[in-house]
Design a protein around this ligand. Sequence first.
Ligand SMILES: [Zn+2]
Length: 354
Amino acid sequence: MRNTLIPLLLLLTAFSHPARSADNVVLITLDGLRWQELFSGADTELIRDARYTRDPEQTVKRWWRDTAAERRSTLMPFFWDTIATEGVIYGNRALASPAAVRNGRLFSYPGYNEILTGAADPSIDSNAKVPNRNVTVLEWVNRQPGFEGRVAAFASWDVFPYIINEERSNVPVNAGFEGVQEPRTEREEWLNEIQAQTPSPWHSVRLDVFTHHYALEYLRHSSPRLLYVGYGETDDFAHDAEYHHYLDAAHRADGFVRDLWTFVQSDPRYRDRTTFVITTDHGRGSGSRWTDHEAGLEGAEQIWIALLGPGVKAHGEARNTAEVGQDQIASTVAQLLGLDYASTRPVGPPLPRP
Ligand SMILES: [Zn+2]
C-alpha cells in the first residue's frame, strides 16, 4: 500500500496545481473608497452638504448627474468603460453582490494584512509600525521559482514597509515619503526632487501621484511579475471630511489605474499576459458617518473587488452572488500566476471567476 500511496499523492498534487492564467499580476488598493461611490457615483446628500463640500455648486456641477449610471461613469470612467465591459466587479449590494471584510477591526493594518496574507489576524489591533509576523502573498510569491526578485510594492502610506515586513520578506517597498535610493532613470531623479519639494496635507501619507509614477517607472525598468500599488488619498480626504477632495481623489485613482493598464497593454512584456486585481481595505459609514470606519460601524465591513485581464471573463457587474471576502484576494493573486498558495496555509479560497 505504501508504494502506491506516494505516486497517488504526487498525482493529486499535480492536479491540484492551478493552471496559470497570467504571467504577471498587478494588485492595486484604493484606501477606504466606498462601494457606494464606485457603483453609484457622488452621493446625493453629501455632495450638497456644506459641512463636507467646500463649494457645493462647483462640486455638483462637476460630479452630479441624474442617474447612478451616469454619475459613476463620470467619477470612475476606467472602471465603467473598461473593467465593467472586459472584467468583473464584485460588491454592488444594490444588485445583491456583497463583498466584505472578514476581520472585525475595519481599519487599515488589519485590512491590508487580510488582503495580502489571505487571513484575518485578530491579534492585529492597531495601525502601529510593527513588523508583520504573518507572511504575505507578496513574500511567498517572491520565494517561488521564477519569481525571485520579481515582486515589488509601492504605497502612499508609510506603514506598508511594516505590513509587508520589508526586512524579512526581501520584497522592496517604497512607501510614505521615501524616494528611490539609487535612481535608475531621469524621471526617478526628478520624482525624488519634486517629492521633497511638494507640501503634503498629511504626515504619514504622501500624495498618490508620487506612488503612481514611482510604480510606473519601476514597471518600465524592472519588469516585476507581481506588483502591488497602494493608493491612499481617498481615505485621508474622507477622514478630513472633505467630500469634494474625496471625489477628486477617486477620479484621479481611476485615472492612475487606467494609466497602468494602458502601459501594460502597450508593452510586449506585459500585453495580454497581465491581470489586475483591485480592491479596498475597508468600507466606511454612511450619512454623517461617511468619514469614519471602525469596528461595529455599519457599512465599514462593506468592500468591492474588481478583476481585469487574462483568466477573468468579461462578466461586468456581478449580481446575485454569494458574499465574497477580503480574505480571498491573496489566493486569487497566486492562482492567477499558476501558484497554489491556498493549500499551503489556512486562507480564503480563490474568488469564483465567472
Ligand atoms: Zn482610515
